[in-house]
Design a binder for this molecule. Sequence first.
Ligand SMILES: Nc1nc2c(ncn2[C@@H]2O[C@H](COP(=O)(O)OP(=O)(O)OP(=O)(O)O)[C@@H](O)[C@H]2O)c(=O)[nH]1
Ligand SMILES: [Mg+2]
Length: 352
Amino acid sequence: MIRGAFNRFRQGLKKTREGFVDKLQGLFGGGKVRLDEDTLDRIEELLISADMGVKSAVAITRNIEKRLKEEGGEATLASVLEVIRRDVQEILMTATPKLKPLSWDVEDDSGPKKKKKKKGAGSTPGEGVGDVPVPAVSDLRVIFVVGVNGTGKTTSIAKLAHMLKQDGRKVLLAAADTFRAAAVEQLQIWAGRVGVDCISQGKGADPAAVVFDALSAAEARGMDVLIVDTAGRLHTKTNLMAELGKVARVIRRRTGRDPETLLVVDGNTGQNGLSQARIFAETIPVQGLILTKLDGTAKGGIVVAIAETMGLPVAYVGMGEKVEDFAVFDAEQFTEALFAGWSAEQEQEPEE
Ligand SMILES: Nc1nc2c(ncn2[C@@H]2O[C@H](COP(=O)(O)OP(=O)(O)OP(=O)(O)O)[C@@H](O)[C@H]2O)c(=O)[nH]1
Ligand SMILES: [Mg+2]
């Protein structure tokens, strides 16, 4: 299982590894290199070009200088990579949320006339919202998948459904992206492939009504997990909160808990994708990320930039178009895979 994930990361990160490690290797040419200003600048540039984010790239380069200059100012590729690998792992494992915690109550349907009694009210299990009675907390896990259009929400939902199903969970999908008829069809097709049911109402339906239906179906059928697809075409922050907030509050009223909200980030879109994702995370409560399309990019270092700017945990990673091209994120394995293959020793398969 663990080995499977490592190999998947290794395969998925091939382009990043080649783009980064191979170029670094070029800098060293097999021997020792003097860590002068110029070399350090070039290392920093390489880190930035792998999309690690400027702040992390500068910090890592400084660490390379500090730790390796003590050894006489010369370094091998292996020693530099070791510093980078350790720093990256440390950044990923110690990241803390950088964004202000949000509540689904910030803008309620009732408009701005009354102030909420308490910040974050109702965001924990069993708490009621306003005058709504406290419902029994249901065991149903509701995963709410949000993100800019085209980032890979629908595909990731299929992959996640497949993974959870393999794990023995009963999974149901809700087609709450009612913006385009094709979006509903796409989710239905994926549901068929994965072998799970999908609740839909068609184009133009109220997403909150679709989710209401799906919650009833999930409860009646004894489902373990409901995964909700949403539209990405929500241009303004007000739209985002109005539409997604309405659905989230339906979920809370029915289950007694806020949905587990996962924001999908396209690894291919680099810093630009990251700033779009940030708008989502600054507007609605997000618990974690799904990072997609890592297979198609040499910029897998984006996980470091995510840790640096958002500090939200990456929950899952998508690395291809097939349902199996998906893994639970693991910082240690991810980092090992990112740097695997740069020496004969690392090239060997890990022991079971
Ligand atoms: N290579 C690769 N392609 C992916 C991955 N995830 C998604 N895609 C592709 O990205 C495209 C968009 O994916 P969708 O799942 O439709 O994205 P979406 O966010 O649901 O898009 P909208 O519904 O338009 O908002 C599709 O062509 C997918 O096959 C991935 O991990 N790797
Ligand atoms: Mg979609």
